[in-house]
Design a protein around this ligand. Structure first.
Ligand code: ADP
Ligand code: MG
Length: 396
């Protein structure tokens, strides 16, 4: 157990032991907004330490049960954007993506809890991209860190390809190439890679940091175009920015090892939608128009953590979101969930819902595997065999 203390000796977060499994769950509590302070709203959360958070909310049954939850890290309102990069575990995800794993970082929480702030920062950032701004979110900071990691792998040759899409109402829209009609793209199954992919999704090869930044900027701009009410829209859509990382390394015997890793940054739809649908007593099918995928993600996480993975069915195929995240959720990778919450009493019941969802996610245990191009893997094993035969021959 660690206390993370900044230069001014303020506690910015408390941290529990690192997870043994491959989902890292952290909570970020945003500060009370000026509006909340003005209206006399007060803090409904407290920080006992050791990665714990206490939420004093009136539960649905009406009794006022205090709730304490513990996570890998709990970021308190004074944590900075840089603190999230340093202590959330995202650096580990980036390193693993470079090593050939499929990794996903997603922000979950009600609308206004700080998901977009955490991932990208305030929208005004994009009016004048200042690379040194303190406001830059986790995505920009991860790009910078990614390039640092790549530079350390001198012997490897890397190709980065980025894509940026959003899922609105189960329709996949390409944020890098939305077209005038915002025509939805199809999600298909690939026999070759044994994974889902988006057909005709625009991908941009990125050689330097500026290329990745341009992708982020372009996608953020297209996210708001053609929408009458940006807030309403972003609270109902998920966005996924993916960086595919192909690495090739020449071995001494002339063999190439090729690995295919990736990292997804996911800004999820507002979690209050789930509750709305459930409270109206709608079935999963009926909820389709509101927000099916967020519910299915919850089901996937819940069934994984219930240990049904071996015996039963995990409903990845029930939503586009879970199809596209299946590889990292199901075992090829590592996942970071940042549960974003408001500290305000007026939001306490939503905060409690988010904390519960996040607590369930913590129990998933997956075993990550490196994705190697099957042809390369075959060549590698054949060359090894030939090598062994040659040595045998030499001895005869
Ligand atoms: P969401 O994407 O979850 O709907 P936003 O990221 O848009 O929420 O945040 C809502 C508001 O709160 C925004 O004005 C944002 O700038 C502000 N905000 C969120 N998190 C923080 C934070 N950690 N520090 C300062 N302001 C924040
Ligand atoms: Mg948002």
């Amino acid at each position: 157990i660690e206390r993370l203390i900044d230069g001014d000796k303020r506690i910015i977060a408390t941290k529990h032991l690192l997870p043994e499994n491959n989902i890292n769950v952290v909570v970020r509590v945003r500060p009370l907004s000026n509006k909340e302070i003005k209206s006399g709203d007060e803090m409904a959360v407290q920080f006992p330490g050791d990665g714990q958070i206490y939420c004093d909310a009136v539960t649905s049954s009406g009794d006022k049960k205090p709730k304490v939850f513990s996570y890998n890290v709990v970021f308190e309102p004074n944590a900075t954007q840089e603190d999230i990069l340093q202590y959330s575990g995202i650096k580990n995800l980036i390193e693993m993506a470079v090593e050939g794993f499929s990794c996903t970082a997603f922000c979950y929480g009600q609308t206004g809890s700080g998901k977009t702030h955490t991932l990208t920062g305030p929208p005004r950032l994009f009016d004048k991209m200042d690379p040194y701004s303190e406001d830059h979110g986790l995505v920009f900071r991860s790009f910078v860190y990614l390039f640092k990691v790549l530079q350390e792998h001198e012997k490897c040759n890397f190709v980065l390809k980025a894509s940026f899409l959003e899922i609105y109402n189960e329709k996949v829209i390409d944020l890098l190439n939305p077209g005038t009609s915002r025509k939805p793209l199809a999600v298909r199954w690939s026999k070759k890679t044994r994974g889902f992919f988006v057909e005709n999704l625009f991908t941009v090869e990125c050689e330097e940091l500026d290329d990745l930044l341009a992708v982020l900027e372009e996608g953020m701009r297209n996210r708001s175009i053609g929408t009458h009410n940006m807030n309403e829209y972003s609270s109902r859509s998920h966005s996924i920015l993916t960086i595919n990382i192909t690495s090739e390394q020449a071995m001494e015997n002339g063999v190439f090892i090729s690995k295919q890793g990736k990292i997804n940054f996911v800004d999820l739809a507002g979690s209050e939608m789930t509750k709305k649908t459930q409270s109206e007593g709608k079935t999963l099918e009926e909820a389709n128009n509101i927000n099916k995928s967020l519910m299915v993600l919850g089901y996937c996480i819940a069934s994984l953590s219930d240990g049904k993975r071996k015996s039963g069915h995990i409903p990845y195929r029930d939503s586009k979101l879970t199809k596209l995240l299946a590889d990292s959720l199901a075992g090829n990778g590592v996942t970071l969930m940042v549960a974003c919450v408001s500290p305000a009493r007026s939001n306490a019941s939503e905060t409690l819902n988010t904390l519960r969802y996040a607590a369930r996610a913590k129990k998933i245990s997956t075993k990550p595997i490196i994705v190697m191009d099957p042809r390369e893997a075959l060549i590698l094993s054949l060359k090894r065999e030939v090598g062994a035969l040659q040595t045998e021959n030499d001895h005869l």
